[in-house]
Design a protein. Structure first.
Lengths: 298, 315
């Protein structure tokens, strides 16, 4: 089967510089993908390229096997909730749904209404809360029964409770449509509960991509006495090293675990793993205090 | 898309209809005394334009009585520009400003079709409103048109098929400006600028030359009698056909005054006469068709350019 979203050396340059560069990734079918990364990492750019709002500067991109710029018909199967969930403020809820019904060849009224549940359809969009607007946007996107659903920072304006409701609604929708979902968010905590696949962008480049379980299984935290670092058995790469006093903490990538009794080995949380990959390649080693300049205070 | 267009522009449609209704009422109220005077005995005895002595005075009285209203009617020429300003410019610019273009253009309708459908429907509505406006103005001006003809700009600009063409062009300029600038206010300014530049440029530079103007010489040198044609120039020439400057004419008149002769007959004895260049009244519909065609072509070009920009532009 075609990957819902695949890119090959994809790059986008704006006047101010590259927003996305050498981005190669393949989103597996029916995955819930967390597109993580700090602000300005290129997340929105990637999504806008995927819905044909932007044209790529270099490389290629395929959405459901088609190029969204050359073949806009591909977008009929793509649901997109842009950043800030823009809606026509003067429209009522019912009119907003009517807009989607009239501008989409395939429209599942039942599903949209089911997802909106208790929302009074005569209310104006301008009178809705941020949570209700987000829900309406999501219902619009799901009403297309999209094969691929792209959400750009859906949690930005939601309080934690509304955020949780939104996720529940998202999972309800996915169970109905079987869509592949890409959620861009700079707050890892918002998406880690639902994602089974992670793409981490930083400064326009893909820093990490993979299945969440596999990533967590292949990364370990080693803690042990500070010493010159040679090769540690079982470690493929030291992702991050931190040294404090006489202790070192290493984040390492491994295959099959680490067998070295001088290190105590722990698992790592997704958020910490992503933060480690987001940060500059290597943190500077702390400089040893210069001797003879110690002073008493107090 | 028709429903979407209607939903987003119905307020403008209501406002436009209300404006037309208000104009119709105003036209009716102001026209009644004009018609009464027009059908009064002294004037109707002088129609169709008669050269009987005194008729020029009667006609002048009629015209003079309603000068203010005739001048007010001239303001109708700004109405087509309003369409570009209020309907055309915000069409895309406001979507960009509010981010809703991302909503509109990520549905099943491609943005090219989205823009084309909306523009086409609004163009149809605009053209209808323009025709209604022109019909109203034509009815209102009918007594004056019978006296003065319809081909000079006063009548030409507010009657016939050029009015809907102007409005459609203004709409298209507004759409293009909105697509290019993505901000409503700057787009409005650009749209109005484009419209009036096109409008003035065509009226002053092109319209007099749609067809080669006709010429006529008038014996006698006094002001010429009113005509139903569009007089482009009316100047004093000598027997050889060379134009005589006003300074030279004045010098000749002063010369006659000193000699104690009637200046008029003195100039006539020099063989001087008036040469009139004009577009005949009968060319009204030809000129209307040409001018409407020019503005429709401009409108089509603007829409095509806007379409190109929207398809290519990053959003």
């Amino acid at each position: 089967m075609m990957s819902p979203l695949a890119t090959e050396e994809l790059g986008k340059r704006f006047r101010r510089g590259w927003a996305l560069r050498e981005c190669t990734l393949t989103v597996p079918e029916q995955a819930i993908v967390g597109l993580a990364g700090p602000n300005g990492a290129g997340k929105s750019t990637l999504l806008e390229l995927a819905v044909g709002m932007l044209a790529a500067t270099e490389g290629s991109l395929s959405v459901l096997g088609r190029d969204p710029r050359r073949d806009p018909a591909a977008l009929a199967d793509v649901g997109y909730v842009p950043q800030g969930a823009p809606l026509y403020r003067s429209f009522s809820v019912a009119e907003t749904l009517e807009l989607a019904r009239r501008t989409n060849a395939r429209w599942d009224r039942e599903l949209a209404h089911e997802l909106l549940a208790s929302l009074d359809s005569s209310r104006r969009v301008s009178a809705l809360s941020a949570g209700e607007r987000a829900r309406l946007s999501l219902a619009l996107a799901f009403g297309k029964r999209p094969a691929l659903l792209l959400l750009d920072e859906p949690f930005a304006q939601l309080d934690p409770l509304a955020g949780r409701d939104f996720l529940r609604l998202l999972m309800d929708g996915v169970s109905e449509t079987g869509s592949t979902v890409v959620i861009a968010s700079h707050v890892v905590a918002d998406i880690e509960r639902v994602c089974d696949h992670i793409v981490l962008l930083s400064e326009g480049r893909v820093r990490l991509e993979g299945n969440v379980e596999e990533l967590l299984a292949s990364h370990l935290l080693l803690t042990g006495a500070r010493r010159p670092l040679g090769t540690i058995r079982g470690v493929e790469e030291i992702v991050r090293e931190r040294h404090s006093g006489r202790q070192s903490t290493l984040l390492v990538r491994t295959r099959g675990g680490v067998v070295d009794p001088t290190w105590s080995v722990d698992g790592i949380e997704l958020e910490e793993l992503l933060l480690a990959y987001m940060a500059p390649e290597r943190l500077p080693r702390p400089v040893a205090p210069e001797p003879g300049r110690l002073r008493w205070h107090g | 898309m028709a429903w979407v267009t209607w939903r987003q522009h119905r307020l403008q449609a209501y406002a436009g209809a209300a404006l037309l209704a208000a104009l119709a009422v105003a036209a009716l109220v102001t026209e009644l005394p004009i018609r009464a005077a027009y059908h009064s005995d002294p004037l109707s005895a002088c129609l169709p334009p008669s050269t009987r002595t005194g008729c020029d005075l009667i006609v002048a009285h009629f015209r003079g009585e309603f000068t203010a209203r005739l001048d007010a009617l001239r303001y109708l020429i700004v109405l087509p520009a309003l369409v570009g300003l209020l309907v055309g410019a915000p069409l895309v610019a406001r979507e960009y400003e509010r981010g809703t273009h991302r909503l509109a253009w990520s549905q099943g309708v491609t943005r090219g079709r989205w823009l084309l459908t909306k523009t086409a429907l609004l163009t149809a509505a605009t053209a209808l409103a323009g025709l209604a406006l022109a019909g109203l103005a034509t009815w209102w001006r009918q007594p004056f048109d019978n006296l003065d003809g319809r081909i000079s700009p006063r009548a030409f600009d507010v009657e016939g098929i050029v009015v809907p063409a102007y409005a459609v062009a203004a709409l298209a300029f507004g759409v293009l400006a909105g697509v290019a600038l993505r901000r409503t206010l700057p787009a409005m300014s650009l749209a109005v600028g484009l419209f009036f530049a096109a409008r003035l440029g065509v009226e002053k530079l092109l319209r007099p030359h749609y067809l080669a103007p006709a010429h006529r010489t008038v014996a006698g040198i006094g002001p010429t009698a009113p005509t139903r044609d569009w007089v482009l120039s009316n100047s004093l020439v000598d027997a050889a056909g060379r134009t005589i400057s006003t300074a030279r004419e004045d010098a000749a008149i002063v010369h006659a005054q000193h000699a104690g002769i009637d200046p008029q007959s003195y100039l006539a004895t020099l063989g001087w006469h008036r040469a009139v260049t004009f577009q005949p009244a009968g060319r009204f519909w030809t000129f209307q068709a040409i001018e409407a065609g020019i503005f429709l072509v401009l409108a089509a070009a603007a829409v095509l350019l806007a379409l190109r920009l929207v398809r290519r532009a990053p959003a």
